[in-house]
Design a protein around this ligand. Structure first.
Ligand code: PRP
Ligand code: URA
Length: 208
């Protein structure tokens, strides 16, 4: 599996805004969407292309376009919704899938409560977006669900990753590349990423 941290000053700047404890929920929601756009650019930079015959105002030429069909964007609920807002601006023609997962705060096991994917998912690639890769359990389950539905060329984008989650995800899905805005130090005893940004879903939707 390939894991890389997005090397972009704007990504680092926006992540700092998300990390700050005083950032309010409307700002958090806006900025996580902006970061989602940057992460989607990074995760999709090598999408398959095909040349098409076009006319410019001056001449005919062969010009590169994305090969069809474009990948599906998949939000891991809840917090992935904020990230996919930005990705949708980049790829407005992409269908949007949803995987609802919630982590038990004691066992840290994620359980699934929703799966809605486009019917032609097996013909497309997929970009799965969830801000936090903590223990890795949620990301692993989300990607497993997509593979079971037949998706291929799956990529995963997150905001903050913990070393434990990256290692577990790589062992479960070595074929799925991961892009993150940062690789943090560790998990604490409650399974939160440190230094992290807190509970992404609660901060995004004002439910803390
Ligand atoms: C958070 C986060 C990830 C998950 C990461 O979701 O958005 O989905 O935890 O943790 P893991 O890597 O240990 O599985 P949460 O379960 O809090 O649900 P929410 O987005 O609805 O708040
Ligand atoms: N989920 C979050 O929202 N934040 C963390 O730090 C870990 C899991």
């Amino acid at each position: 599996m390939s894991f890389r941290v997005c090397d972009h000053a704007l990504a680092r700047h926006k992540l700092t805004t998300l990390r700050r404890v005083e950032t309010d929920s409307p700002t958090f929601r806006r900025v996580i969407g902006e970061l989602g756009l940057i992460l989607a650019m990074e995760a999709l930079r090598d999408l398959p292309e095909a040349d098409r015959a076009i006319d410019t105002p001056l001449t005919a030429m062969q010009a590169p376009c994305l090969a069809a069909p474009v990948p599906c964007i998949v939000a891991v609920l809840r917090a992935g919704l904020g990230l996919t807002e930005g990705a949708r601006l980049l790829l407005p023609e992409a269908p949007i899938g949803h995987v609802g997962l919630v982590r038990d705060e004691h066992t840290l096991q994620a359980s699934r409560y929703l799966l809605r994917l486009p019917p032609d998912i097996a013909a497309r690639g997929a970009l799965v977006m969830d801000p936090m890769l903590a223990t890795g359990g949620s990301a692993i389950q989300a990607v497993t669900a997509l593979k079971e539905a037949g998706a291929r060329d799956i990529r995963f984008a997150c905001v903050v990753a913990a070393p434990e989650g990256v290692a577990r995800f790589a062992a479960a899905h070595p074929d799925v590349p991961v892009v993150a805005a940062a690789l943090d130090e560790r998990l604490d005893e409650r399974g939160y990423i440190v230094p992290g940004l807190g509970d992404a879903g609660d901060r995004c939707f004002g439910t803390a």
